[in-house]
Design a protein around this ligand. Sequence first.
Ligand SMILES: [Zn+2]
Ligand SMILES: [Zn+2]
Length: 247
Amino acid sequence: MRMIPGHDEIGRLTRTVEIFFIVLAALLLTVNIVRALSAGMFLHWWALPVLVIAACGADLVSGLVHWTADTWFSETMPVLGRRFLRPFRVHHVNPDDFLRRNFADCNGDVAMLNTPILLAALAVPVSSESGAALSLALMVFAATSLPTNQVHQWAHMPAPPAAVRWLQHWRIILSTDDHARHHQEPYVANYCIATGWCNRSLAGLGFFPACERLITKCFGIEPRSDERTFLDRSVRLQPDHEIQETA
Ligand SMILES: [Zn+2]
Ligand SMILES: [Zn+2]
C-alpha cells in the first residue's frame, strides 16, 4: 500500500474570495462583450486575426505557466510553494484528485488573475482602430484564459457534458487525448491547457526542451528536481494530507 497526497481543501474565506472574483470576472467579460458589439469591433477586417492570435496567446501563456510550475522552483518555497506549486505536484502524482475540486476552487485563481486584464480592456479607448483592436485582443485573451482550469478538469473527466465533448472533439478546447499525453512518460509534452492549439507546434519546435537547456546552462539548475522528490517528501512530512490509498 502506498499513500498519495491530495489537494488542500480551501477555507470559507478563500472560497468567498474565489467566488467574488469569478462573479466579477464574468461581469467584466459581459461588459466587454457588450462594449465590443456596440462599438462594432467584430465588423473590422482585423477582428478574426486578432481573435485567433489572442486565443493562441492565451493558450501559449497557459503552457508557459504550467511548464514553469511543473519544472522549476520548490513546493517548499514560502507562500507561492504551497498555494501555486503544490497543486501541480499533487496533480502529477494523483491526477484524479483534480476531479474532487469544486467549481470555485477550480476557477477562482484564474478569474483573479484575469480581472486586471479585463479592466485594462475596458480602459483602452476604442475610438481609434488600434485601440479597438487592442481592447478586443485583451478581451479575447482573458475570455480564453478564464476557463483554463475548468477545461483542464473536463479533459480529465471520464464522461464530461455532451456540449463539452463536442468542443473537445472539434479541438475547440483541450481534448482528453491531447492532455493525456502530458500525463504519460516522460511527462514533458503538451503543457498548453486552454485550447491546446499550440501543443503540436511547440512540440515540433522542441520549444520547452530548448528553454530547459538554456535555463540549466544559465543558472545551473535541473528541471523537475523538486517533482522527483515531492512524493517521498510529502508522505514523510504531511501525513495529514494523505487522503488516498492505492496498491
Ligand atoms: Zn503538468
Ligand atoms: Zn492534467
